[in-house]
Design a protein around this ligand. Sequence first.
Ligand SMILES: Cc1ncc(COP(=O)(O)O)c(C=O)c1O
Length: 432
Amino acid sequence: MHSPLRIWHPFTNSALDPAPIEIERAKGVWLYARDGRKFIDAVSSWWVNLHGHANPRIAAAIAEQASKMEHVILAGFTHEPAEELAERLRKWVPPQLTHLFFSDDGSTAVEVALKLAVQHFSNTGRTAKCEIVALEHGYHGDTAGAMSVSDDSPFTEPFRAMRYPVHRVHSAYCHRCPVGLQRETCRIECVNKLEALLAERADRVAAVMVEPLLQAAGGMIVHPAEFLKKIRQLCSAHDVLLIADEVLTGFGRTGKMFACDLAGIVPDLMCLSKGITGGFLPMGVTLCSDRVELPFHSENRGHTFYHGHSYTGNALACAAANASLQIFDDEPVFERIARIARVHAERLAQLRGFPAVGDTRQIGSIGAIELRADDAGYLSAMRPQLYRFFLERAVLLRPLGNVVYVLPPYVISPQELHGVWDVIVEAVETLF
Ligand SMILES: Cc1ncc(COP(=O)(O)O)c(C=O)c1O
């Protein structure tokens, strides 16, 4: 007799965490479990779902594409769904970004951006310009390169030896200001560390990697737009490429299509994933400017970007992405986002008065509270306690340690969203 083959669940400790709940079907913002329970998906299933689960328009587009052609190698070939997606994204992404490279998920979109930045300089003979700068509290994925640019955390701890060195500069984490100032009176002095680093080492630095305006997994940390603008200015002044990891912030999460739009800046490279297919299928995209691409367009074969994943440009994922972007064209998606933002603002104003609440943060469709905790951070004892409390009340929320955030699909109704916040208020009132 063979032992059963058991699914190893992500970010899950089988000795400590509750057994996984089997979900049978999902519709809109609701997940329906086999045992008859239902849960409201207030985290968009790891931040991917935009227009609701089992959205019929996206489902139909995938089915139609599957009956025509599911997948074809993208090296040496192309296909209509991929070309259509490039055309559709053209309408939304900054005009300065002119090339699109497909990959599989957020982590690989980040790996591609890092490799493109480094090879860009290598192809132009500036091989010393290969170092990367990243922010404190940053998170960019779980593959080795993405872990390297992510800040030290319990996620990266066992892998010290596998992570390549990066320069770490301050994040504009105003609630815990890294330079001890107050936002009301500061002049974004937290960026001075980056300024000093680039003044000294720009000839060695290829790129600065940021999560624009919102550091998500690091604790839903919202940055002032001036911080990102200053980073953009410094990168331009020092001939360093700016990579915007919009894997989470893309596709309306911050209230504009991209966080960079909200800040009024254009990066040299941009990473997209998560919401790109409306949450139906995995896909990563890295965009870059003409300037970044130019040294790859070369008579020298050694200047080729030798990178590609088997499922690159998958036609079903492209069909899902095209259908999702069509929904942006046809339906009041940004009104839905604004409606979510209004409810968040109202409920966060209420929560600000609770002694247990240290900080409230919001950007577009994302609202968060940071609870006061002696053990602040991802491993805070509050996390499992809160997670269970919410599930028992039919709400799927995954606190980031002592930070509770709501990041729903855009189709959530105000009543449903108020229901989620009611449960959070109950938790804050009864648990702490
Ligand atoms: C900003 C950011 N970048 C990259 C990633 C990694 O994406 P994936 O989990 O699809 O590899 C994430 C995932 O949460 C993310 O939030």
